[in-house]
Ligand binder design. Structure first.
Ligand code: DHB
Ligand code: FE
Length: 283
Protein backbone atom coordinates (compact mmCIF):
# COMPACT_ATOMS: atom_id res chain seq x y z
CA UNK A 1 0.00 0.00 0.00
CA UNK A 2 1.02 3.60 -0.49
CA UNK A 3 2.30 5.33 2.62
CA UNK A 4 2.58 8.98 3.61
CA UNK A 5 6.19 9.26 4.78
CA UNK A 6 6.60 12.96 5.51
CA UNK A 7 5.28 16.49 5.34
CA UNK A 8 7.37 19.54 4.59
CA UNK A 9 6.22 23.14 4.93
CA UNK A 10 8.39 25.77 3.32
CA UNK A 11 8.18 29.28 1.92
CA UNK A 12 8.83 29.45 -1.83
CA UNK A 13 10.55 32.85 -2.22
CA UNK A 14 11.80 33.17 -5.84
CA UNK A 15 15.09 34.84 -4.86
CA UNK A 16 16.05 31.62 -3.02
CA UNK A 17 15.84 29.86 -6.38
CA UNK A 18 17.90 32.62 -7.99
CA UNK A 19 20.55 32.31 -5.25
CA UNK A 20 20.84 28.56 -5.97
CA UNK A 21 20.84 29.00 -9.75
CA UNK A 22 23.55 31.67 -9.62
CA UNK A 23 25.84 29.88 -7.15
CA UNK A 24 25.27 32.42 -4.36
CA UNK A 25 24.33 30.07 -1.52
CA UNK A 26 27.64 30.72 0.33
CA UNK A 27 27.27 34.50 0.11
CA UNK A 28 27.02 36.07 3.60
CA UNK A 29 23.43 37.09 2.88
CA UNK A 30 22.29 33.58 1.94
CA UNK A 31 24.56 31.22 3.94
CA UNK A 32 22.53 31.36 7.18
CA UNK A 33 19.39 30.37 5.27
CA UNK A 34 21.01 27.48 3.43
CA UNK A 35 22.74 26.28 6.61
CA UNK A 36 19.37 26.38 8.34
CA UNK A 37 17.58 24.23 5.78
CA UNK A 38 20.36 21.63 5.47
CA UNK A 39 18.89 19.23 8.09
CA UNK A 40 15.67 19.14 6.06
CA UNK A 41 17.65 18.08 2.98
CA UNK A 42 19.34 15.33 4.97
CA UNK A 43 15.93 14.25 6.27
CA UNK A 44 14.52 14.11 2.72
CA UNK A 45 17.49 11.96 1.77
CA UNK A 46 16.49 9.48 4.49
CA UNK A 47 12.74 9.67 3.75
CA UNK A 48 13.31 8.97 0.01
CA UNK A 49 9.79 9.62 -1.31
CA UNK A 50 8.86 8.06 -4.65
CA UNK A 51 6.28 10.78 -5.24
CA UNK A 52 5.90 14.27 -3.78
CA UNK A 53 2.59 16.12 -3.87
CA UNK A 54 3.57 19.79 -3.99
CA UNK A 55 0.80 22.09 -2.79
CA UNK A 56 1.59 25.53 -4.15
CA UNK A 57 0.05 28.47 -5.90
CA UNK A 58 0.53 29.43 -9.49
CA UNK A 59 1.50 33.14 -9.51
CA UNK A 60 -0.46 33.99 -12.70
CA UNK A 61 2.07 31.89 -14.67
CA UNK A 62 0.38 28.80 -16.15
CA UNK A 63 -3.04 30.21 -15.32
CA UNK A 64 -3.50 33.89 -16.14
CA UNK A 65 -6.08 36.02 -14.41
CA UNK A 66 -8.57 34.69 -16.98
CA UNK A 67 -8.70 31.23 -15.38
CA UNK A 68 -8.37 30.72 -11.64
CA UNK A 69 -9.06 27.18 -10.46
CA UNK A 70 -9.62 26.97 -6.70
CA UNK A 71 -7.86 23.60 -6.58
CA UNK A 72 -6.08 22.04 -9.60
CA UNK A 73 -4.10 18.81 -9.96
CA UNK A 74 -1.53 18.05 -12.66
CA UNK A 75 -2.08 14.58 -14.11
CA UNK A 76 0.45 14.90 -16.97
CA UNK A 77 3.68 12.99 -17.63
CA UNK A 78 5.99 15.94 -17.27
CA UNK A 79 5.96 19.53 -15.98
CA UNK A 80 8.54 21.99 -17.29
CA UNK A 81 9.63 25.08 -15.34
CA UNK A 82 7.68 28.19 -16.42
CA UNK A 83 9.42 31.25 -17.85
CA UNK A 84 8.52 33.94 -15.30
CA UNK A 85 10.32 36.70 -17.19
CA UNK A 86 14.01 35.81 -16.92
CA UNK A 87 13.84 32.50 -18.80
CA UNK A 88 12.82 29.23 -17.17
CA UNK A 89 14.87 28.28 -14.08
CA UNK A 90 17.74 25.92 -15.01
CA UNK A 91 16.16 23.06 -13.08
CA UNK A 92 15.02 19.68 -14.41
CA UNK A 93 11.47 19.23 -15.63
CA UNK A 94 9.38 17.24 -13.14
CA UNK A 95 8.36 13.75 -14.06
CA UNK A 96 4.67 13.35 -13.21
CA UNK A 97 2.94 10.41 -11.57
CA UNK A 98 -0.22 10.05 -13.71
CA UNK A 99 -1.30 6.73 -12.20
CA UNK A 100 -1.41 8.06 -8.67
CA UNK A 101 -2.56 11.53 -9.81
CA UNK A 102 -5.66 10.04 -11.47
CA UNK A 103 -6.37 7.95 -8.38
CA UNK A 104 -6.08 11.12 -6.31
CA UNK A 105 -8.48 13.00 -8.57
CA UNK A 106 -10.94 10.11 -8.60
CA UNK A 107 -10.85 9.74 -4.83
CA UNK A 108 -11.20 13.50 -4.24
CA UNK A 109 -14.09 13.96 -6.68
CA UNK A 110 -16.06 10.74 -6.21
CA UNK A 111 -15.41 9.87 -2.57
CA UNK A 112 -14.85 13.25 -0.94
CA UNK A 113 -16.72 15.60 -3.29
CA UNK A 114 -13.73 17.90 -3.81
CA UNK A 115 -14.36 18.93 -7.43
CA UNK A 116 -10.77 19.67 -8.40
CA UNK A 117 -9.72 20.96 -11.81
CA UNK A 118 -7.85 18.32 -13.83
CA UNK A 119 -4.83 19.72 -15.71
CA UNK A 120 -3.08 17.52 -18.25
CA UNK A 121 -0.68 20.10 -19.62
CA UNK A 122 1.00 22.57 -17.31
CA UNK A 123 4.22 24.35 -16.55
CA UNK A 124 5.22 25.02 -12.93
CA UNK A 125 6.50 28.29 -11.48
CA UNK A 126 8.72 29.22 -8.51
CA UNK A 127 5.94 28.19 -6.12
CA UNK A 128 6.78 24.56 -6.95
CA UNK A 129 10.38 24.63 -8.20
CA UNK A 130 11.88 26.56 -5.26
CA UNK A 131 10.62 24.04 -2.67
CA UNK A 132 12.06 21.21 -4.80
CA UNK A 133 15.43 23.00 -4.92
CA UNK A 134 15.32 23.54 -1.16
CA UNK A 135 14.53 19.87 -0.54
CA UNK A 136 16.84 18.28 -3.11
CA UNK A 137 19.54 20.79 -4.14
CA UNK A 138 20.69 20.76 -7.75
CA UNK A 139 20.42 17.21 -9.14
CA UNK A 140 20.41 16.59 -12.90
CA UNK A 141 16.97 14.97 -12.43
CA UNK A 142 14.62 15.30 -9.43
CA UNK A 143 14.91 12.16 -7.29
CA UNK A 144 11.13 11.63 -7.15
CA UNK A 145 8.06 12.08 -9.28
CA UNK A 146 5.92 15.15 -8.66
CA UNK A 147 2.20 15.90 -8.55
CA UNK A 148 1.49 19.64 -8.71
CA UNK A 149 -1.53 20.67 -6.65
CA UNK A 150 -2.41 24.34 -7.12
CA UNK A 151 -4.48 26.34 -4.66
CA UNK A 152 -5.93 29.74 -5.50
CA UNK A 153 -4.51 32.17 -2.96
CA UNK A 154 -4.28 35.19 -5.26
CA UNK A 155 -7.81 35.91 -6.50
CA UNK A 156 -10.76 36.65 -4.18
CA UNK A 157 -12.49 34.54 -2.94
CA UNK A 158 -9.77 32.14 -1.84
CA UNK A 159 -10.68 28.88 -0.10
CA UNK A 160 -10.84 28.96 3.68
CA UNK A 161 -8.13 27.61 5.96
CA UNK A 162 -10.56 24.92 7.08
CA UNK A 163 -11.28 23.85 3.51
CA UNK A 164 -7.54 23.52 2.88
CA UNK A 165 -7.15 21.31 5.97
CA UNK A 166 -10.09 19.16 4.85
CA UNK A 167 -8.54 18.81 1.40
CA UNK A 168 -5.46 17.46 3.14
CA UNK A 169 -7.56 14.94 5.06
CA UNK A 170 -9.14 13.82 1.77
CA UNK A 171 -5.71 13.52 0.13
CA UNK A 172 -4.67 11.25 2.99
CA UNK A 173 -7.67 8.98 2.34
CA UNK A 174 -6.57 8.78 -1.30
CA UNK A 175 -3.00 7.89 -0.28
CA UNK A 176 -4.19 5.23 2.15
CA UNK A 177 -6.42 3.64 -0.50
CA UNK A 178 -3.77 3.38 -3.26
CA UNK A 179 -2.61 -0.21 -3.62
CA UNK A 180 0.89 0.05 -5.10
CA UNK A 181 3.74 0.38 -2.59
CA UNK A 182 4.62 4.03 -3.01
CA UNK A 183 6.37 6.29 -0.55
CA UNK A 184 4.57 9.62 -0.74
CA UNK A 185 5.53 12.95 0.77
CA UNK A 186 3.52 16.16 0.73
CA UNK A 187 4.88 19.70 0.65
CA UNK A 188 2.83 22.72 1.74
CA UNK A 189 4.48 25.84 0.33
CA UNK A 190 4.28 29.63 0.51
CA UNK A 191 4.07 32.04 3.42
CA UNK A 192 5.29 33.08 5.90
CA UNK A 193 4.39 36.72 6.59
CA UNK A 194 4.98 38.88 3.54
CA UNK A 195 3.46 41.64 1.52
CA UNK A 196 4.90 42.51 -1.88
CA UNK A 197 2.69 45.48 -2.73
CA UNK A 198 1.14 48.70 -1.46
CA UNK A 199 1.83 50.75 1.64
CA UNK A 200 2.65 47.77 3.82
CA UNK A 201 5.13 46.19 1.35
CA UNK A 202 7.91 44.49 3.30
CA UNK A 203 5.67 43.59 6.25
CA UNK A 204 7.09 40.82 8.43
CA UNK A 205 5.37 39.64 11.63
CA UNK A 206 7.74 37.25 13.41
CA UNK A 207 5.59 36.61 16.52
CA UNK A 208 2.65 35.69 14.31
CA UNK A 209 4.84 33.39 12.20
CA UNK A 210 6.13 31.69 15.38
CA UNK A 211 2.55 31.11 16.51
CA UNK A 212 1.86 29.36 13.18
CA UNK A 213 4.99 27.21 13.46
CA UNK A 214 3.98 26.14 16.99
CA UNK A 215 0.34 25.45 16.17
CA UNK A 216 1.16 23.61 12.95
CA UNK A 217 2.79 20.98 15.14
CA UNK A 218 0.57 20.86 18.20
CA UNK A 219 -2.83 22.35 17.42
CA UNK A 220 -3.50 22.74 13.68
CA UNK A 221 -7.26 22.73 14.21
CA UNK A 222 -6.92 26.13 15.89
CA UNK A 223 -5.31 27.45 12.69
CA UNK A 224 -8.25 26.21 10.62
CA UNK A 225 -10.47 28.72 12.46
CA UNK A 226 -8.42 31.69 11.24
CA UNK A 227 -10.16 33.89 8.68
CA UNK A 228 -8.69 35.72 5.73
CA UNK A 229 -9.06 39.14 7.33
CA UNK A 230 -6.79 38.11 10.21
CA UNK A 231 -4.27 36.64 7.75
CA UNK A 232 -4.22 39.79 5.64
CA UNK A 233 -3.83 41.97 8.72
CA UNK A 234 -1.21 39.89 10.54
CA UNK A 235 0.69 38.13 7.74
CA UNK A 236 0.28 40.58 4.84
CA UNK A 237 -1.47 40.23 1.48
CA UNK A 238 0.77 37.41 0.23
CA UNK A 239 1.03 35.89 3.71
CA UNK A 240 -2.32 34.30 2.96
CA UNK A 241 -0.31 31.64 1.10
CA UNK A 242 0.18 29.99 4.49
CA UNK A 243 -3.24 28.31 4.18
CA UNK A 244 -1.49 25.87 1.81
CA UNK A 245 0.53 24.56 4.77
CA UNK A 246 -2.78 23.32 6.19
CA UNK A 247 -3.33 21.05 3.18
CA UNK A 248 -0.10 19.29 4.14
CA UNK A 249 -0.99 19.26 7.84
CA UNK A 250 -4.47 17.87 7.15
CA UNK A 251 -2.89 14.93 5.34
CA UNK A 252 -0.63 14.10 8.30
CA UNK A 253 -1.72 12.24 11.44
CA UNK A 254 -3.30 14.26 14.27
CA UNK A 255 -0.08 13.72 16.23
CA UNK A 256 3.18 14.44 14.45
CA UNK A 257 6.85 14.50 15.30
CA UNK A 258 8.73 17.70 14.49
CA UNK A 259 11.93 16.62 12.72
CA UNK A 260 13.23 20.09 11.91
CA UNK A 261 12.14 23.70 12.24
CA UNK A 262 13.81 26.78 10.82
CA UNK A 263 12.83 30.44 10.71
CA UNK A 264 14.86 33.18 9.07
CA UNK A 265 14.28 36.86 8.36
CA UNK A 266 14.56 38.26 5.78
CA UNK A 267 14.68 36.32 2.53
CA UNK A 268 14.34 39.21 0.12
CA UNK A 269 11.26 41.00 1.58
CA UNK A 270 9.86 37.90 3.15
CA UNK A 271 9.93 35.85 6.32
CA UNK A 272 11.21 32.34 5.57
CA UNK A 273 9.85 29.36 7.53
CA UNK A 274 10.32 25.60 7.30
CA UNK A 275 8.86 22.64 9.18
CA UNK A 276 9.67 18.97 8.55
CA UNK A 277 7.10 16.61 10.05
CA UNK A 278 6.69 12.86 10.34
CA UNK A 279 3.66 10.94 11.50
CA UNK A 280 4.10 10.05 15.13
CA UNK A 281 4.36 6.31 14.47
CA UNK A 282 7.38 6.96 12.24
CA UNK A 283 8.32 5.71 8.78
C1 DHB B 1 8.13 36.70 -3.45
C2 DHB B 1 7.24 36.00 -4.27
C3 DHB B 1 6.49 34.98 -3.76
O1 DHB B 1 5.64 34.25 -4.53
C4 DHB B 1 6.57 34.62 -2.44
O2 DHB B 1 5.78 33.63 -2.00
C5 DHB B 1 7.47 35.29 -1.60
C6 DHB B 1 8.24 36.33 -2.11
C7 DHB B 1 8.98 37.78 -4.01
O3 DHB B 1 8.78 38.12 -5.19
O4 DHB B 1 9.86 38.27 -3.30
FE1 FE C 1 4.36 33.03 -3.51
Amino acid sequence: MAKLVGGLATSHVPSIGAAIDHGRTDDPYWKPLFDGIQPAREWMDRVRPDVVIVVYNDHASRFGMDVTPTFAIGVGDTFAPHDEGYGPRPVPACEGAPGFAWHLVESLVLKDEFDVTIVSDMTVDHGLTVPLSLAFGQPSAWPCRVIPLCVNVIQYPQPTARRCFRLGEAIRRAIDSFEPDLRIAIFGTGGMSHQLQGERAGLINAPYDQMWLDQMVTNPLALTEIGHTELLREAGSEGLEIIMWLVMRGAMDATVREVHRFYHVPASNTAYGLLALENAEGL
